[in-house]
Design a binder for this molecule. Structure first.
Ligand SMILES: NC(=O)c1ccc[n+]([C@@H]2O[C@H](COP(=O)([O-])OP(=O)(O)OC[C@H]3O[C@@H](n4cnc5c(N)ncnc54)[C@H](O)[C@@H]3O)[C@@H](O)[C@H]2O)c1
Length: 376
């Protein structure tokens, strides 16, 4: 089996590009071979040299080389600030290159709709959206248990993501990640909501299979900041149930405190990413803990194929991100006609990206109107 060859856009000298590079190479079935890793051509060349990949001064030249047959690529990973995603993803999809794109999917709802149109028109060019937490096998198991009817009709979801790293004006101290995330021109109409609120949303809705009808929101920011850093939303779910979504980047002491509690008519499920290898089920008298990679009759085969090592030897964030690459890899290999490709799990894609962007637009509008209920 030959390794899939991956091109990267962004990531040089930044945070998440290196994380993707590690996740891509984790299974030795994929490798980053090329990249337009930085907006400054000299730095792009420098980082490409450090990574041992073919460097490009811009992503358009990388795509052109692939088109001309002078560069082999199977897909592209986009790890740039949010305002660049749509243009870069559209160029790849329209050229015929599959994409794993970072979240939030883009900058506006209009961009999201345009991307959706392109992805739907190019059925043999898969598009994946990097909601990392959905790659955790136990979040996937929660989704399967809900499909099996384990907790009955869902009445309420509490989903949260709390961080404390923006409790002070970090953007004024040269923090690269803070500076573009708090800049409306680069981040989008919502800061905290776009950055981590969308994770909390997709964790909840992807896992339950429910939609969102309307929201009432309260968004705030510390003095001197242009975008929200605290993002609180009530939502009406498509089945009439209630969503409570809390995301914050001023929650001092909290790192990546995200998870959910899902309450159904016959039971509840609870998952927390800082202890991601356990999923708790409650039926009112007993509590059952599912452990990652521990065999039970309720774990479908497709999920087993996403585990790497026996239960108790820890798998975590990198493996979850790698699982999103695995899903895309399986789709690409199946389209190529390779034999014995395991089935790809149904991870988030362009539809979840559109949902995330509509959610942000409605939440921002609601907050501006003092919490008025806004339809998505
Ligand atoms: N899925 C997750 O769990 C997760 C975690 C962290 C970040 N992210 C997402 O990843 C993306 C990047 O975030 P980050 O924290 O790594 O930011 P970062 O600032 O650390 O990195 C951004 C990178 O993009 C590069 N870049 C900027 N403009 C470019 C251009 N025109 N061409 C090429 N490269 C360019 C920068 O040089 C830098 O390397 C964001 O969309 C963010 O929301 C997702």
């Amino acid at each position: 089996m030959t390794k899939l060859k991956v091109g990267m856009i962004g990531g040089g000298g930044g945070f998440f590009g290196k994380v993707h590079q590690r996740a891509i190479s984790l299974d030795a079935t994929r490798e980053v071979v090329a990249g337009a890793l930085h907006q400054d051509p000299a730095l792009s060349a420098k980082f490409a040299d450090e990574w041992g990949v073919k460097g490009y001064t811009d992503y358009k030249t990388m795509i052109a080389d692939w088109k001309a047959g002078t560069l082999e690529l199977d897909y592209v990973t986009i790890v740039t600030p949010n305002f660049l995603h749509a243009e870069q993803a559209l160029a790849c999809i329209n050229a015929g290159l599959p994409v794993l794109c970072e979240k939030p999917m883009c900058y506006t709802v209009a961009e999201a709709e345009a991307l959706k149109k392109a992805v739907k028109a190019n059925k043999k060019v898969p598009f994946a959206l990097s909601h990392t937490y959905t790659g955790h096998p136990l979040m996937m198991l929660a989704r399967e248990l809900i499909k099996q009817g384990k907790i009955g009709t869902i009445r309420k979801i509490e989903t949260y993501y709390n961080q404390g790293w923006l409790a002070t004006l970090a953007e004024k101290t040269g923090n690269q990640q803070a500076s573009w995330r708090t800049d409306p021109k680069k981040s989008g109409i919502s800061g905290c909501g776009g950055d981590i609120g969308t994770h909390a949303l997709i964790n909840a809705l992807w896992t339950t299979g429910l939609g969102l009808k309307s929201v009432s929101a309260l968004l705030t920011a510390i003095p001197g900041r242009k975008l929200d850093d605290d993002f609180n939303v009530f939502g009406k779910l498509s089945n009439g149930g209630t969503l409570v979504l809390l995301a914050s980047q001023i929650a001092i002491g909290h790192k990546n405190d995200n998870g959910f509690r899902i309450y159904g008519e016959t039971g509840s499920l609870e998952w927390f990413q800082e202890n991601a290898e356990e999923l708790h089920y409650y039926d009112g008298t007993t509590r059952v803990t599912y452990f990652q990679n521990a065999p039970t009759g309720e774990v479908p085969d497709v999920l087993k194929s996403y585990g790497r090592i026996p239960s108790g030897h820890h798998e975590d964030f990198l493996e979850a991100l790698a699982n999103l690459h695995t899903t895309l890899e399986r789709k690409i290999r199946a389209i190529k006609g390779e034999k014995n490709v395991p089935p790809a799990y149904d991870h988030p894609g362009v539809d979840e990206g559109v949902l995330g962007m509509k959610f942000l637009k409605a939440a921002v509008e609601s907050s501006k109107k003092k919490g008025a209920w806004i339809k998505l």
